[in-house]
Design a protein around this ligand. Structure first.
Ligand SMILES: [Zn+2]
Length: 371
């Protein structure tokens, strides 16, 4: 089955390329924010839903205006892609997966997407529209042989690092069917608890890096606003943050790949992480473990390899339900790690009890074919 897969690499732009990229990021941001305002105004002022096509039509007019003539200095394809990104953000909002789109800011990560007609690809030489020379990319892992990227996204993160992500179509073979299934629960002390009682990873990256980060943040706060030192200090804070994020992501990828390889059916709880994060002191450890990113990885890897991911409703009382007798507690606050069932007297560890409850009882979820 043909699947889309993204390969991300770091690259080092020349000064000239940096300049053009800065311009491109700026134009993308401008167009995205402009279209967001257009769509919001259309809705609130006239009750209209402005579509992608609607904004694309208006962009043509915008580029002809004196005031915004500089938009023509960058690839027009990239600007259209910015409108597509906004369209996607709106779709996520309308379908309840995300908050209302917000304006892009200069200090956050910058991105620009090049569709296939806006770059050339000759055997690992990637040249973007309006550039003379290919990007200097560090190929730290191989691309599939003879692939032709469908699109290319260039990003510059808060720590001023440049990355290129190539989207390629790849023939991914489903894995052999296995009779194994597993239920996963989000743990606070460890990232994932499986229904067989195993805990996986508590990469408390933040705790290890916390001191470093606190020091860098103090330096940042002390530096004079607008000074060179302030900017240097800001970069240092961003770099530590990014290092933590990279390590977390690597770990999540290893674990999600392993779980998908080993099991035919994987059950997870679809948590409302957003609500939990607002809930004060537990917020840090929850965002630290990055459950929603982990579930996202499981989801697409399941699709690649012919596995089934079952999401169990977030209101299912997996934590509050006694696995042994089925009794459901009235309440169980997040700080209670151990409890004893008032019905049957069995002592539970909060997380492993929840993981066992997530295990599907429905036999229809079992793999049909058996090896
Ligand atoms: Zn019980």
């Amino acid at each position: 089955m043909q699947q889309q897969k993204a390969y991300k690499y770091r690259f080092y732009p020349s000064d000239e390329q940096k300049h053009l990229l800065a311009q491109t990021f700026g134009c993308c941001r401008y167009v995205y924010n402009w279209a967001l305002r257009q769509r919001t105004d259309a809705y609130y002022q006239r009750g209209e839903r402005l579509s992608y096509e609607g904004t694309a039509g208006r962009l043509v007019t915008l580029k002809k205006q004196e005031k915004t003539i500089w938009l023509n200095e960058v690839s027009s394809v990239v600007l259209q892609q910015a409108l597509r990104h906004l369209e996607k953000a709106f779709r996520n909002f309308f379908e309840g997966r995300a908050d209302y789109p917000t304006f892009k800011k200069k200090r956050n990560q910058q991105a620009a997407t090049y569709a296939s007609n806006a770059f050339t690809w000759k055997g690992h030489h990637l040249t973007l529209a309006k550039m003379d020379a290919p990007l200097e990319i560090t190929w730290h892992r191989p691309l599939p042989d003879g692939c032709q990227p469908r699109s290319v996204t260039v990003t510059k993160d808060e720590a001023d690092r440049y990355f290129v992500s190539l989207l390629v179509e790849e023939d991914i073979k489903p894995l052999e069917v296995t009779p194994k299934m597993v239920g996963l629960d989000l743990g606070l002390k460890s990232m994932v608890i499986t229904s067989d009682g195993r805990t996986h990873g508590n990469p408390k990256f933040f705790h290890k890096e916390e001191k470093k980060l606190a020091k860098a943040q103090r330096q940042h706060a002390r530096a004079k606003k607008g000074s060179k030192n302030r900017n240097k200090a800001r970069l240092k804070v961003a770099r530590i943050h990014k290092k933590v994020a990279d390590r977390r992501r690597d770990y999540q990828h290893q674990l999600s790949t392993r779980i998908i390889r080993e099991n035919q059916v994987v059950c997870v709880e679809s948590l409302h992480v957003k609500h939990m994060v607002k809930n004060h002191c537990l917020a840090k450890s929850i965002s630290d473990v990055g459950w929603s990113e982990f579930v996202r990885q499981l989801e697409y890897k399941a699709a690649w390899y012919g596995r089934t991911l079952v999401k169990i409703d977030k209101w299912y009382p997996s934590s509050k339900r006694c696995f042994d007798c089925g009794h459901i507690l009235d309440s169980l606050t997040l700080d209670v790690r151990h409890w004893v069932c008032p019905e049957c007297g069995v002592a539970h560890d909060r997380d492993s009890n929840a993981a066992k409850n997530i295990w599907p009882r429905d036999s229809r979820l079992l793999p049909v074919e058996r090896p």
